[in-house]
Design a protein around this ligand. Structure first.
Ligand code: SF4
Length: 336
């Protein structure tokens, strides 16, 4: 077993700190074992422009999660269990296949509970020629020790700042400790990765995502103010409005973010002088959900599949290369 894999024997990889021995078949909230599980790897064009670039971000969607939001747009993989175990060697091959297909970055979506496996795979891929920047795409619910572990392998952090209200965190995903954990994690990420650009690409840094929720504009104001006080000028802000009313992955017909709420959040961001970052347009936050049972879970032109847990590796389709669809990475639906 590679050295870091011993961390699975008393798992403290996320703030839940279950302390269980995953190598003996015990599972905590995330249900993770001693090998990573993943559902899909693809070139994804919906991320922020420095992450997606022209060709798309080499995005790997890992299975399960340490938070478990009921309204997760990736519910079938984050909580529904879709995906398959993937060895460190195959995961390294996935990273290299994404690079081969022209990915702009390697984008690891919700991988904290598999950090030892991901590190082993990145080490093997680097030895095999991987040179792309690595993006740690996270809920923001991270432990300091896991961040220390993965930091040497990460170039860009892409964390959520979901809420800073303990009652809201309890209502949304049952974790009152989320605000404190996220504050600490985002501060540590920003200290570790000062912004550094390489032309249009973000060579190193932090992009903090905040998803505005209907009826919770006050939460958004609190997040914007905290960002302004603690991170502005040292990290970028990505404001997202793509919320769909879901319960366990199914549409509920509940409220969406209104134009008035959008305007209020935008006015507050402007008042605070938060100009460095990305804004998802309200109308163009697409009204669809990925279907991770399909070879390509996303609409045609939005993503290009490279590996799928049910179908294995896909060969490049020369007809798709170069991108037949308009790049919509400034407005399109993002990975979380
Ligand atoms: S990563 Fe999973 S097993 Fe480990 S502490 Fe977090 S929820 Fe528990």
């Amino acid at each position: 077993m590679p050295d870091n894999h011993k961390l699975y024997r008393r798992c403290l990889l996320c703030p839940r700190a279950c302390g269980i021995d995953r190598s003996r078949g015990r599972t905590g909230f995330c249900r993770g074992g001693t090998e990573a599980r993943a559902a899909v790897a693809c070139l994804h064009r919906g991320e922020e422009p420095p992450i997606s670039g022209e060709r798309g971000s080499g995005t790997v969607f890992f299975s399960s999660c340490t938070l478990g939001c009921a309204a997760c747009q990736n519910y079938s993989i984050s909580s529904g269990g879709r995906g398959a175990e993937i060895s460190d060697e195959v995961l390294a091959s996935v990273f290299l296949a994404l690079q081969e297909r022209g990915a702009h970055t390697i984008n690891l979506v919700t991988a904290s509970h598999y950090a030892p496996s991901v590190i082993a795979a990145l080490e093997a891929a680097r030895a095999g020629g991987l040179i792309l920047p690595v993006v740690w795409n996270s809920s923001g619910y991270e432990s300091a020790a896991t961040l220390d572990l993965i930091d040497p392998f990460v170039d860009v952090y892409l964390p959520d700042l979901k809420t800073l209200d303990e009652d809201a965190a309890h209502a949304l995903f049952g974790r009152r400790d989320y605000p404190a954990a996220a504050r600490e994690a985002l501060s540590a990420m920003t200290a570790a990765k000062p912004l550094r650009w390489d032309g249009e690409s973000l060579a190193q840094g932090v992009i903090v995502r905040h998803l505005v929720l209907p009826g919770r504009v006050g939460d958004s104001f609190a997040c914007l103010r905290w960002f302004r006080e603690r991170l502005a000028g040292r990290a970028l802000l990505s404001l997202m409005f793509q919320y769909l009313p879901l319960e366990c992955g199914s549409p509920t017909g509940g409220p969406r973010v209104s134009r008035r709420e959008y305007d209020e959040v935008m006015e507050e961001a402007e008042r605070l002088g938060l100009e460095d970052g990305f804004i998802q347009d309200l109308e163009e936050a697409d009204d669809w959900l990925p279907d991770f049972g399909k070879p390509n879970p996303f609409p045609e032109g939005f993503a290009e599949p490279v590996w799928h847990a049910d179908f294995g590796f896909f060969n490049a389709n020369p007809g798709q290369r170069g991108g037949t669809a308009e790049s919509r990475s400034d407005t399109a639906q993002r990975t979380q």
